[in-house]
Design a protein around this ligand. Structure first.
Ligand code: DUC
Ligand code: ZN
Ligand code: ZN
Ligand code: ZN
Length: 485
């Protein structure tokens, strides 16, 4: 079997920085040390050799708001690789009444051209005995250990508290992680109606309809419900101070609660929606919306202090033509922005180069932390002998200006257009295959494989002792209350 040696670089992991060569064979790391030789040599002089990024939050070819997100598993994973991301986790969304297993085979059918590894979270979009039963099969036989719940998108994907509590308890029994999109969908729906009635039809009204309080309330509610169910909770696209505070408080009490900011919320703000060009503003419509600097500072602080663990993208790209279907009614603008190619260069530029994050923290929040949370460490997220050779050779001096004209994503714009980034992959390897070499893209369609994730055993027990206390606390009484005393 031919071997490849990544030579002369500095290995950077979530906890160590050291000089070493890394030898890859058969898709795995087989040796780490000085002076290694192999059939092929990749020059990593001046570069950092890091675990490939994992983006745990993407929507590829997803049916949503009357259309499909524009990047599929081919263009999406290719965009990821170009930016140093070697694995993505997509969301399988059953339609109401559909079995989880049916939906899962539909999702697997989309992946034949994936160029990098992928996995799925399962969404709970309705509740019933079949869902309850399917969840066990999904965890025990299908390699999926996480279930996402939409607290927003009323009348479509949203579940209510009753359904969410049932599902959370089932997750706890099965050793699965509960995930939430935390926004109060009832409040959003009222605000949308009110804004439209007052003649606010433009994309700025999208942001007005989803203030930070809507997210903070839902995050707090989900955390309390997760605690009562005894399940670890992961809050996707956490965008505001209120949500972050809720996570911080829960963690301080001993709960396993995780928060995932997006690179978009860290680097773009609400002023985008005030842009005079309708297209410009609509292209940035996503949920939750971009926020102000106070929220951004809170998210950055969470990443450096460890109260927030993961940076993702929620990559859900729509073309300008798709966005325009919402002209005249902001509630019909397909929600979503891209970011797969730009997450790591933007985070490096705005995080590491500015001193907000160390290189090791960069690796932790782009790869290692989520590999641990999703129970795929150290197959993924590690530079260790035996780990998959998903590696990015990061050149801190390579620079570019982000532009739709040169991106991999199939949409016609980029929300980071014009941003200058310094810090880019020199090479990206997906299980040993060199998919990116400087600007040359040599991805292989179909190379990507499904990554199965075994159940986890962690539970939240900090506050949820109520379950054990119910029986012994029952008070026996005789007689019936007398009224009118
Ligand atoms: N938010 C988005 O902006 N797009 C996809 C789904 C979501 O929650
Ligand atoms: Zn969401
Ligand atoms: Zn513009
Ligand atoms: Zn999403």
């Amino acid at each position: 079997m031919a071997s490849t040696v990544i030579k002369g670089g500095t290995v950077v992991t979530a906890d160590l920085t050291y000089e070493a060569d890394v030898k890859v064979e058969g898709g795995r790391i087989v040796e780490i040390g000085k002076g290694l030789s192999g059939d092929k040599v990749l020059d990593a002089t001046g570069c950092y050799v890091m675990p490939g990024g994992i983006d745990p939050h993407v929507h590829l070819e997803m049916p949503f708001m009357g259309t499909y997100s524009a990047d599929d598993f081919e263009s999406g994973t290719r965009a990821g690789l170009a930016g140093g991301t070697t694995m993505v986790v997509d969301f399988c969304l059953p339609s109401p009444g559909q079995s989880l297993l049916d939906a899962l085979s539909m999702w697997h059918n989309k992946t034949s051209r994936a160029t990098a590894d992928y996995s799925f979270h399962m969404a709970i979009t309705w509740w019933g005995e079949q869902v309850f039963n399917d969840m066990e099969t999904v965890v025990r036989q299908k390699g999926i250990n996480s279930f996402k719940h939409f607290m927003a998108y009323k009348g479509a994907l949203m579940v209510d508290d009753d359904e969410m509590f049932s599902s959370f308890q089932r997750c706890a029994e099965l050793g699965a992680l509960a995930m939430v999109h935390a926004e109060n969908g009832d409040v959003v729906a009222q605000m949308q109606a009110k804004l439209l009635a007052e003649g606010n039809t433009g994309p700025e009204a999208h942001a007005y309809s989803r203030p930070a309080e809507v997210e903070g309330e839902a995050a707090n509610r989900a955390i309390m419900i997760a605690d009562m169910a005894g399940v670890p909770l992961y809050i996707v696209h956490l965008s505001c101070e209120q949500g972050h505070e809720a996570v911080r408080r829960a963690r301080a009490k001993g709960m396993r609660v995780y928060g995932e900011p997006l690179i978009q919320h860290l680097t773009l703000d609400e002023a985008e929606y005030a842009h005079p060009d309708w297209d410009h503003a609509a292209r940035r419509v996503m949920s939750p919306p971009f926020r102000n600097k106070q929220h951004q500072d809170s998210l950055w602080a969470g990443l450096s202090s460890g109260s927030l663990q993961v940076v993702a993208t929620d990559h859900c790209a729509f073309t300008t033509a798709q966005k325009r279907t919402g002209y005249g009614d902001f509630t019909k603008i397909p929600n979503g922005t891209g970011g797969l190619e730009d997450r790591m260069p933007m985070l490096w530029t705005h995080g590491v180069a500015t001193g907000r994050l160390t290189m090791n923290e960069f690796v932790a929040v782009t790869s290692t932390n989520i590999a641990k949370i999703l129970n795929i460490y150290p197959k993924k997220g590690a530079i260790l002998v035996g780990a998959d050779a998903d590696i990015v050779v990061w050149d801190p001096n390579r620079e570019k200006t982000i532009s739709a004209a040169s991106q991999q994503s199939s949409i016609d714009y980029n929300v980071f257009e014009g941003q200058h980034v310094k810090g880019l992959p020199r090479f990206t390897l997906t299980r040993g295959h060199v998919a990116i070499e400087e600007s040359k893209v040599s991805t292989r369609e179909g190379h990507g494989a499904f990554v199965a994730r075994p159940p986890v055993t962690a539970v939240n027990k900090a506050l949820s002792t109520w379950k054990e206390l119910v029986a012994p606390r029952k008070v026996e009484r005789s007689g019936i209350p007398v009224t009118g005393v």
